[in-house]
Design a protein around this ligand. Structure first.
Ligand SMILES: [Zn+2]
Length: 268
């Protein structure tokens, strides 16, 4: 068990019940995460004088865990929240005032990072440098935060991430020859007539085959030579867990929901 007080800086844990989301109690940082009931979502809340974020999670040991890292990507969160309300599932969500970047101060210096770039040493360095500046102390804090997220994913066999993009930017076409992510893909299936912004990205050949058979856009990550960007898909490149991202254009609720159900049907 990672010492929680080391992870969340000066944070406060708020416990909320799963379905009503009412705050039922506030505990100090030294609360033991293992004592939570299975049907309880936990919000881990971090306050700093710049920004605040929370992680909502449920520590139940279920084979599928959903995760939303970017709090500015609302459609995927809504798709998963709706599913979780009806089904006993685990959904880890960073709640960060609808922002993508998490900001914090340490020794009076301001830092910012992308929470999907923190799952490798190199990724942490690049994201701190890219959005603020690097220091070993800041990197240690970010690494501890990443460890907390990974701890919540540790019992899952399948990790389903949800992300949203904007029209015509990052898409399945980013993985085609000559494009930015070409070397990160081993195989790409694009359904004729589909919107290229709506696609799966997976580390699993099995999931690639099954979803391709359902005629849905999908990228199989090249786990051997994927760029070390510190993303979750990079982290799980050689794992015995299967990782899959349901990536859809912001606002494509029906499509992302349909993709979720197609995925769940092949996971049965
Ligand atoms: Zn995202």
């Amino acid at each position: 068990m990672i010492p929680i007080d080391a992870i969340l800086f000066f944070g406060v844990f708020n416990f909320i019940s799963c379905f009503q989301c009412n705050i039922t109690s506030n505990l100090s940082l030294k609360a033991d995460i293992k004592s939570y009931r299975q049907d309880t979502i936990i919000q881990l809340k971090f306050h700093s004088n710049i920004n605040s974020f929370k992680i909502k999670s449920n520590p139940a040991a279920l084979p599928i865990v959903f995760i939303s890292l970017h709090d500015d990507e609302k459609t995927g969160q809504l798709v998963v929240s709706n599913y979780v309300k009806e089904n006993k599932s685990v959904f880890i969500q960073i709640v960060n005032n609808n922002h993508r970047l998490i900001r914090f101060t340490s020794l009076k210096r301001r830092y910012a990072f992308d929470p999907n770039r923190i799952f490798s040493k190199k990724g942490i360095r690049l994201t701190l440098e890219g959005y603020s500046s690097y220091s070993s102390l800041a990197a240690t804090k970010v690494k501890q935060f990443a460890a907390l997220i990974l701890q919540n994913l540790s019992t899952a066999k399948t990790i389903i991430a949800v992300h949203n993009n904007s029209n015509g930017k990052y898409s399945i076409h980013s993985y085609l020859k000559g494009k930015k992510d070409y070397k990160n893909a081993l195989r790409v299936y694009e359904e004729p007539g589909s919107d290229p912004d709506d696609f799966f990205l997976t580390t699993s050949t099995q999931l690639f085959e099954k979803l391709r058979a359902k005629k849905i856009n999908i990228v199989l990550q090249n786990n051997k030579q994927v760029t070390n960007d510190g993303s979750l898909s990079f982290y799980y490149r050689n794992s015995n867990k299967q990782y899959i991202n349901i990536e859809a254009q912001e606002g494509h609720f029906s499509k992302q929901n349909e993709m979720l159900h197609a995925l769940l049907s092949v996971l049965q």
